[in-house]
Design a binder for this molecule. Structure first.
Ligand SMILES: [Zn+2]
Length: 466
């Protein structure tokens, strides 16, 4: 077995009814107030009938379905998995009934549930499912929220049968076409001086080295900037979420967690941000996503504030374990994580589950959805410019991201952006404060409303806003 691979997961034998219930729940969350039209496979004689075309796939443990068939929908070329009738029109109408010839229920279930990650044995050096092993990479559709396109097909069918127009979700009292969730993982507060000091030492510029050390000892570090970060977001009328690491200890493989400690003074600063409307979430330390050596609990006590959201350091995520950890409510603690926002590919911006709204991950053990919900991550600063990821020149960032944000706007979704506090350092001209402001201006011009993760959770789980 290669070093970065897992034993295969056992098959779980999922019934069509289970898949249908999971997918339709999300469809109704995407189109609040959709009329009670019956949707299903032939046996149930529904008003909207969908071809059953997954064969034995969901009884086995193959991570990948057969290649998709490409069809045009809403002006885009969309991959349809489990489509056995490429020559047939996607939708046909007869009497008061509609037939959809591609199995969009199975295809939506496959992508949304995270099937490929659960059953794939591939992991990278940080234990993550690699983008290189994904269907999004293989068929080149990571920037298209394909499940939202399947739902639009379903919406068209439901509208026809019910003679009622459906409207996708809107945000902020229905005023905004989409929401933007801006967040900052706080890995470091005191290390801005280190790289330049190291460089000075290597170049034997001892005078400069001494100056940098002196500055470090006498002046605040450029990354000790939480209030500056908050002010940058406030310029756009919004608030953001800071994910805080509760531990400064290194992981078992020696990778650093925080370079800071949760001192009383830092706790007071975080409390101050909370009173101004910013949210404090947990940045799950290394190892905590698999329960190895570190726990995700215990931040509440230190902050004295309710913590309901989580994102794991290094975007660590083991699909067979992490959701179970997040879903547990320990008897002695009040803490229960309501949402996570880890799931984006570090290697590429876009849609890891091919969906642009919050959603519930699927529990393959108990065959139903988890209680917490996922606000999928679309853009991380490091993805845009990093030796291991992309190296986009600054001028290419907005042209690359604008189509992704346009998809989110089209379907009333949430644009989730991660910009580390250390990348508000004015010395960073690649993925630094200037690029952050360009993204914020773009989102604002497109009509996004800025929301913390907590606010998104509240609004999304409130009564339907039809
Ligand atoms: Zn981190």
């Amino acid at each position: 077995m290669p070093a970065n691979s897992l034993p295969p997961a056992a098959p779980v034998a999922l019934s069509a009814a289970t898949r249908l219930a999971y997918v339709l729940r999300h469809f109704r969350l995407a189109y609040p107030g959709s009329p009670p039209v019956s949707i299903g496979y032939a046996g149930e004689q529904p008003q909207v009938e969908i071809a059953e075309a997954s064969g034995n796939f969901f009884a086995e443990n193959n991570p990948y379905p057969p290649a998709p068939n490409w069809r045009e929908w809403l002006g885009r070329q969309v991959p349809f998995f489990f489509d056995n009738a490429p020559g047939h029109p996607l939708i046909s109408y007869a009497d008061n009934k509609i037939f959809i010839s591609a199995d969009i229920i199975s295809a939506a279930f496959y992508l949304l549930s995270g099937w490929q990650e659960y059953f794939s044995n591939e992991r990278d050096q940080h234990g993550r499912f690699p983008y290189a092993a994904s269907v999004q990479k293989r068929y080149n559709f990571v920037t298209l929220p394909v499940v939202n396109y399947y739902f639009d097909v379903l919406k068209t069918a439901v509208e026809y049968v019910s003679n009622t127009p459906l409207r996708c979700r809107h945000w902020g009292n229905k005023q905004a076409d989409f929401a933007a969730f801006i967040s900052h993982d706080v890995d470091n507060l005191y290390s801005a001086w280190k790289a330049p000091a190291k460089a000075a030492l290597q170049q034997r510029k001892f005078g400069r080295f001494g100056k940098l050390v002196w500055q470090h000892l006498t002046q605040p570090d450029a990354w000790d900037n939480l209030e500056t970060v908050a002010a940058a977001v406030a310029q756009y009328g919004g608030r953001s979420t800071f994910f805080i690491l509760p531990t400064h200890q290194k992981s078992q493989d020696g990778i650093p967690n925080a370079d800071y400690r949760l001192t009383r003074q830092l706790q007071q600063r975080l409390a101050q941000l909370t009173t101004q409307g910013y949210e404090i979430g947990l940045h799950g330390s290394l190892g905590s996503s698999t329960g190895a050596g570190a726990t995700i609990f215990g931040l509440d006590n230190k902050l004295g504030a309710e913590v309901i959201g989580c994102r794991f350091h290094y975007l660590s995520w083991e699909p067979r374990i992490t959701p179970l950890i997040l879903d547990v409510t320990p008897a002695k603690s009040q803490e229960k994580y309501r949402y996570d926002s880890t799931l984006g590919y570090a290697e590429h911006y876009g849609f890891r589950h091919s969906y642009c709204l919050p959603f519930y991950l699927f529990d393959f053990e108990f065959r139903l959805e988890f209680d917490f919900f996922e606000i999928p991550l679309n853009v991380m600063d490091a993805t845009l410019h990093h030796p291991n990821y992309l190296q986009l020149p600054p001028a290419e960032i907005i042209p690359a991201l604008a189509p992704v944000f346009a998809e989110i706007k089209r379907f009333g979704g949430v644009a989730t952006v991660l910009w580390h506090n250390e990348n508000f350092d004015p010395n960073n001209t690649q993925n630094g404060p200037q690029q952050f402001h360009e993204i914020m201006r773009h989102l604002q011009q497109q009509g996004a409303i800025f929301r913390t993760g907590h606010e998104i959770w509240e609004e999304f789980t409130a009564e339907p806003n039809s």
